[in-house]
Design a protein around this ligand. Structure first.
Ligand code: IMP
Ligand code: MG
Length: 221
């Protein structure tokens, strides 16, 4: 097993990392390995980053998702709900690729407590500014991982009587899913069980600004 594979997501949890957190399908690419193995980009200290998804591939996929949403909602308005903070960059690119009428709102939740394992409890840190009753809502998330966050959000939002409720997730890590029933309607890329950063995704609040999505490897503890 590669060093990156060993330092996958559960490994990060075992380091007691608290994460800010805030789920088809159109066809999505399945990414199985770094596109160019051996390319290490800038990391903090001894942290190493390897490119998994290049910026050009992300931009192309975001354009495709925007086009699909524009077709699916032709003649209607869509209300995008960005899940802060991870989805901020995906949402800001996606919204500019949508050709139908769009409105925006944001929520912030955390799906992990201070323990090492996911508590399964999701806390709402910031609620919506406006009602979603009767609206065609698309929740925009950076990554669908265990599904706890989006499972919770879908339950909460469904109670508010939107006309329709869908999910757009840039990344999907199916191997990690706990809430199997949570499925995204629009997915950018299915990725392997690795901890990734960039394009909005962070490690301890860092790396959100990377244009590529990279696999993060930590120094041995
Ligand atoms: P879930 O509730 O486990 O599906 O977690 C979703 C949230 O966990 C996402 O919104 C991300 O903020 C965070 N997350 C999950 N996997 C990763 C990752 O590989 N890198 C960075 N953040 C992640
Ligand atoms: Mg995050």
């Amino acid at each position: 097993m590669s060093r990156q594979a060993k330092q996958s997501h559960p490994a990060l949890e075992s380091r007691n990392i608290t994460r800010d957190t805030l789920s088809f399908p159109i066809r999505c690419a399945r990414v199985t390995a770094p596109r160019r193995r051996g390319i290490t980009v800038h990391g903090h200290g001894q942290e190493h980053l390897k490119i998994l998804l290049r910026s050009s591939a992300i931009q192309k996929r975001v354009r495709e998702i925007g086009l699909q949403i524009s077709k699916d909602y032709k003649g209607q308005r869509v209300h995008l709900i960005g899940v802060l903070k991870g989805a901020a960059i995906f949402l800001s690119d996606l919204v500019r690729q949508i050709r139908v009428e769009v409105s925006l709102d944001f929520m912030s939740v955390s799906s992990y407590g201070h323990g090492r394992q996911s508590s399964g409890q999701v806390r709402l840190n910031k609620d919506l500014d406006t009602s979603i009753e009767g609206l065609n809502v698309i929740v925009v998330e950076d990554i669908l991982d265990t599904g706890l966050t989006l499972g919770y959000l879908m339950r909460v939002l469904q109670q508010r009587k939107p006309n329709s409720l869908k999910i757009a997730a840039l990344l999907d890590k199916p191997e990690r899913r706990i809430k199997k029933e949570v499925k995204a309607d629009y997915i950018g890329f299915q990725i392997p069980n690795e901890f990734v950063v960039g394009y909005g995704l962070d490690y301890a609040e860092r790396y959100r600004n990377l244009k590529d999505v990279c696999i993060l490897s930590l120094p041995p503890s």
